[in-house]
Design a protein around this ligand. Structure first.
Ligand code: CFM
Length: 540
């Protein structure tokens, strides 16, 4: 059984829950689970996508953040207007590192943050008039081809109809204006916003223009957001293999590419959590199959590329891909060989978002490091346990978010593969329309924690004394003050790319530099020697 610093996982779980009042402990105990993989890949249930218990300091974001910031934010030629008080727009202004590279004639609105700047007046008398004015003003300045409107909490509370405004402005301006009811409180985390954005992009953009390009092997990449330039590296790889990337949803993307995306013959899915809705809807409407990939880690990139080549099944492509992998792996292996002995056996804890806590485990495996515990902030049960739990799933999204009814498009639906061909691909080990979740890839006895909070993070440091902690900016300095390095896996600590082959090399070097730096040994907080204040809770 897994044991670190003489703590068994069950003891660690008990310690984590120990400080909570009984009712809170009961709830949290369903979200803190000791991993056990049984026959048929069955794993224990992890309660997830439920409300954070009030009073607990969560790391989650809001529904508006998931909709505006995550899914639609990276698309540079949609002019995005936040309908709400100025803070929401201001705090979502370039705070996620989704990079973009427009050519010299394309629109790029990403450096801007547009807001209706709601005040008391609009809260009392309604904000629709101001929203219309804002859209017209923005249109006159920027002349965009599409405008999206994002609702913040007060919009839902006072009942502004952003959809009616969008319809009115679409006919007035003759461009694509669409609104989203993605009020911050709409779900229990940013995850709800992903779903709302998927629906809006699918309804308003996808399939609205015919594809003008060419290409023998055409695909879309879903759930890759170009943080720290990841998409640039993946674009380089696909291009070198002669694979045509029509559209990425939504790193380094344009709404033009999204409109043309139904021309692809395959959708590959990176971040299952944020974009699985789109993959399913495109499969139903256009007949485009999808499978999950992971480009985090050189081995995972190799595996994903081989799967893409096998899917298209053309010997020329298969040979091309193999040749490319061989050339790229030379440098990867050289760097890894040098770094591996310095990192082998080191331990790491990972708590991020809704997919990276899984993806990055592959990179750490390549370095010989051990993931003792991992978890997501806002994932759903399928991201932990696999899509097999989907039919059973009734969660907070089901109540609040529209499930679009999608049928095959009578004109352009075209199954890319016959059921027999799909079956053959599955037999070759390509899990079509499937995601097996994080837990099957984790060791027995590792601790899976959903929606981890500050208190638990600090307890985990004491219990496990890991060599590295992976999370985000909210945790970073709290952890580092304990003398343990923290690698930000949301924004990459201003570094990256970490995807693909070049990304893997960057990551190896970065982790080596961070974990093996002597500075952590010199750190001692004043309270570690002489605590100034010691207190107990009343119930203790
Ligand atoms: Fe998907 Fe993401 Fe993630 Fe996500 Fe995010 Fe992100 Fe993330 Mo931060 S879309 S779920 S809502 S991979 S912003 S690029 S790093 S929490 S693990």
């Amino acid at each position: 059984m897994f044991e670190y610093n003489t703590v068994t996982p069950d003891e660690a779980k008990k310690e984590l829950l120990d400080k909570y009042p009984a009712k809170v402990a009961r709830k949290r105990s369903k979200q803190i689970v000791v991993n056990k993989v049984e026959k048929g890949d069955s794993v224990p249930e992890v309660q997830s996508n439920i409300r954070t218990i009030p009073g607990i300091i969560t790391q989650r974001g809001c529904c508006y953040a998931g909709c505006k910031g995550v899914v639609i934010g990276p698309t540079r030629d949609i002019l995005q207007i936040t309908h709400g008080p100025i803070g929401c727009g201001y705090y979502s202004w370039l705070t996620r590192r989704n990079q973009t590279k427009p050519n010299c004639v394309e629109d790029n609105f990403m450096p801007y943050s547009l807001s209706t700047d709601m005040h008391d007046n609009e809260i009392i008398f309604g904000g629709e008039k101001k929203l219309k004015q804002a859209i017209e003003e923005a249109y006159n300045i920027f002349k965009p081809k599409a405008i999206s409107i994002f609702s913040t909490c007060p919009v839902g509370l006072i009942g502004d109809d952003v959809h009616a405004v969008a319809r009115e402005m679409t006919s007035k301006l003759g461009i694509n204006v669409f609104g989203m009811s993605c009020e911050g409180y709409k779900g229990v985390s940013q995850s709800a916003g992903h779903h709302i954005a998927n629906n809006a992009v699918f309804k308003n953009i996808v399939g609205t223009q015919p594809y003008k390009g060419s290409g023998k092997y055409k695909l879309n990449m879903l759930g890759e957001y170009n943080i720290g330039g990841d998409s640039f590296e993946l674009e380089r790889i696909l291009e070198a293999c002669d694979i045509t990337l029509i559209c990425t949803f939504s790193g380094n993307s344009t709404q033009v590419a999204m409109a043309e995306s139904p021309a692809a013959d395959l959708n590959i899915v990176m971040c299952h959590r944020s974009i699985n809705y789109m993959a399913d809807m495109m499969e139903k409407k256009y007949g485009i199959p999808w499978f999950k990939v992971n480009f985090i880690g050189a081995e995972s990139t190799t595996k994903s590329l081989r799967r893409i080549a096998s899917y298209f099944g053309d010997q020329e492509l298969i040979d091309n891909v193999e040749k490319f992998i061989k050339a790229e792996m030379e440098e990867v292996i050289k760097v890894r060989k040098e770094i591996y002995p310095r990192l082998q056996g080191k331990t790491v804890l990972i708590y991020v978002g809704g997919s990276r806590a899984h993806h990055y485990q592959d990179l750490f495996k390549e370095l010989g490091m051990k993931v003792i515990s991992a978890g997501y902030e806002f994932a759903h049960r399928d991201d932990y346990e696999g899509r097999k739990v989907l039919p059973l799933k009734i969660d907070s999204d089901s109540r609040n978010i529209e499930e679009l009814e999608v049928n095959a498009d009578p004109e352009i639906y075209r199954p890319r593969k016959t059921p027999e061909e799909i079956q053959k691909l599955i037999e070759m080990g390509i899990d079509m329309s499937e995601y097996k979740g994080m837990m099957v890839d984790m060791e027995e006895g590792s601790l899976v924690i959903d929606d981890v909070n500050h208190h638990e993070s600090e307890m985990l440091l004491e219990l496990y004394k890991p060599d590295l902690f992976c999370a985000g900016i909210k945790e970073k300095y709290v952890i580092q003050k304990h003398g343990i390095p923290l690698k930000q896996l949301h924004n990459y600590d201003y570094g990256g790319p970490y995807a693909g082959f070049k990304g893997a090399i960057n990551f190896y070097k970065e982790i080596d530099r961070l974990v093996n730096s002597k500075v952590w040994g010199y750190l001692k907080a004043p309270w570690q020697d002489s605590p100034q204040l010691i207190a107990n809770y009343v119930w203790e």
